[in-house]
Design a binder for this molecule. Sequence first.
Ligand SMILES: [Zn+2]
Length: 225
Amino acid sequence: MDDWADIQTGDLGIIVAGFQICQHCGIVDRDRERTRIGYPCPVCGLPSPVGQTYFSDTVLELIDLTHEIHTLTAEPPAESRLRDSHRAAAIIFFCTLGEVLLTHFLREIMCAMGKSAEVIQQALRDTMYARDRCNSLFPELVDASWRDALQAISADAEFDFVETFEFYLERTKQRNLVVHEGHVWSAGPETVHACLDHVWPLVSMFVALHNKYVVRELKRRGSKH
Ligand SMILES: [Zn+2]
């Protein structure tokens, strides 16, 4: 099911729900065997105590909502049924998904570094916007720029994550026009399809970031996830 064509035609929420985390080394992948008690992790070799889904219900729900809007408009005659409200909703769900994933990732790095809940909360309060969290908080934590990190994880990936993130940032500008100024017509019909097409790259990007930076911190501290 890792094939991009399968992902595009499958139920994205169910596919993303298949991501499991190793409770020993913290690696995240779609190895279904991890749900089997005693299954040795292919990365660290330790036995699985029980399966643990990596993404929260909130993430899965936001993916389902984005998918639902796409489905609403997928049957012909698609464009006539694609209303301004669909476009606006697709952008809002997609941007919320990006923010939830980013916050979750940053929280995980800070947890892996052993920071207290208060320090984590304060760091997130000090950087309210996604751009600040990426350009200011992230480099403080890992000593690399956000762009360099995205380029590094893109090297072995099927997507260019720099493009994925730029797409997300562009959508946040449109989302702000919808939320703050009521410009529900600010996005073209192609935006709904483009948002759904970017869900999988966005999810893959945060899995790759997790596997590089969170796993590295866990290894440094020699702690269990
Ligand atoms: Zn492991």
